[in-house]
Unconditional design. Structure first.
Length: 383
């Protein structure tokens, strides 16, 4: 019976229906080097942005009280998120492409079920503990690594993202430094190197802010699990989202004996139910967030107008798909005082997928003149 309740709880947390709203938007884009693909994707992206602007944003502040203090998290959520778009009409006038598109938005307050294909791939690193001493003698010690592996398993089971665990990778110099990622001597976030090796577009990381035990009314033991999770861009290393999750479990009269996560006995325990409920909240948040972020791919090899990229049929890439080739701008985006905010990427050409293999694909630049100079490491984006 316990197993059935656990499965039902996880399914309820994991699955929810999205309600959509269709909005018609108009946009235009210049046609450069006779590159209709780049112009069309640029105009379509502008149409989606215009539709989203009609929704505004909602600021939510969540405060969680724990035995060790108060934790507060802030989330800024667009009131409308673009799920998909299709072109209704398009025409060319004086080297500019004009189009009208129907954009599907998630209704305010509803989860955004964005692009199903291509699948975004994520790398999930270990979740270290802020206070390792909260693990008592004789208790299970592998929570940081197990959390990466179990979260990977749950996300892959649902099938909206491709995920791979990196349980030995700690993206921070220390837990106190989180969420700032550790950087190489050249200033590059280490997690971008790991993401490239795994052919991942995004990275999920996190820390256990609290894993302590206390006694409710000085009698009944309870455990508080508080995790702060982060989503990073696997290309730039920039943090894109963060959120805090908490679960509390009360035990009858004594702390349970050591149980191993992943086992049936653990899943049927009160601690196991609370732990998987926690993962059951982190998973959909990551899916809904990453599913609405741009699909990206890295250029591995250049052969004239043909480029080999690090995504293939395992991500749902198909011949005929269109992407945008981008390159890093010479001058990064910065504030008026000179503080660098991010590396800016400039669209230089459209490409069409010509050949697809399981783990890589070959695309062709569609510009008919002034062919851009592509280089390994350049990044392609889709809508």
């Amino acid at each position: 019976m316990r197993r059935g309740r656990f499965g039902g709880l996880l399914a309820a947390l994991w699955c929810s229906a999205a309600v959509a709203l269709d909005v018609v938007a108009e946009a235009e884009a210049p046609i450069v080097n006779d590159d209709m693909t780049l112009a069309r994707l640029t105009a379509l992206r502008r149409a989606k942005a215009q539709a989203v602007e009609q929704g505004g944003s909602l600021l939510q502040v969540t405060t969680t009280a724990t035995p060790t203090g108060t934790h507060e998290s802030t989330t800024l959520t667009p009131q409308g998120r673009a799920l998909d778009a299709r072109i209704l009409t398009e025409y060319v006038r004086k080297d500019r492409l004009y189009l009208t598109a129907e954009v599907r938005l998630a209704e305010p307050g509803q989860p955004a079920m964005c692009a199903e294909r291509p699948l975004r791939k994520v790398l999930i690193t270990t979740f270290p503990l802020r206070y390792p001493e909260q693990i008592r003698q004789g208790e299970y010690m592998g929570w940081p690594q197990t959390t990466a592996e179990e979260l990977t398993r749950l996300i892959n089971r649902h099938g909206r993202l491709l995920s791979a665990p990196a349980p030995s990778r700690i993206p921070f110099t220390s837990v106190d430094a989180a969420p700032e990622p550790e950087r190489s001597k050249q200033g590059v976030p280490l997690l971008t190197q790991w993401a490239s090796q795994a052919r991942a577009q995004y990275v999920i990381a996190g820390v256990f802010r609290d894993f302590g035990t206390a006694k409710k009314a000085l009698l009944i033991p309870e455990r508080q699990m508080v995790v702060e999770a982060y989503i990073y861009d696997g290309i730039s290393g920039e943090m894109l989202a963060r959120r805090e999750f908490a679960q509390q479990v009360n035990f009858s009269w004594q702390m349970p004996k050591t149980l191993t996560p992943g086992s049936r006995s653990f899943a049927e325990s009160r601690l196991g139910e609370a732990y998987y409920a926690l993962l059951g909240e982190i998973g959909p948040w990551a899916e809904n967030t990453i599913g609405c972020l741009p699909f990206s791919a890295r250029v591995m090899r250049v052969e004239g107008s043909q480029l080999h990229i690090d995504v293939g049929s395992d991500s749902g890439i198909e011949p005929g798909m269109e992407l945008v080739l981008t390159q890093t701008a010479t001058t990064p985006a910065a504030t008026a005082t000179g503080d660098v905010l991010a590396s800016e990427r400039i669209p230089v050409a459209g490409v069409i997928v010509r050949n697809v293999q399981p783990r890589y694909s070959v695309v062709e630049i569609t510009a008919k003149k002034n062919l851009p100079t592509a280089r390994p490491g350049d990044v392609l984006y889709g809508l």
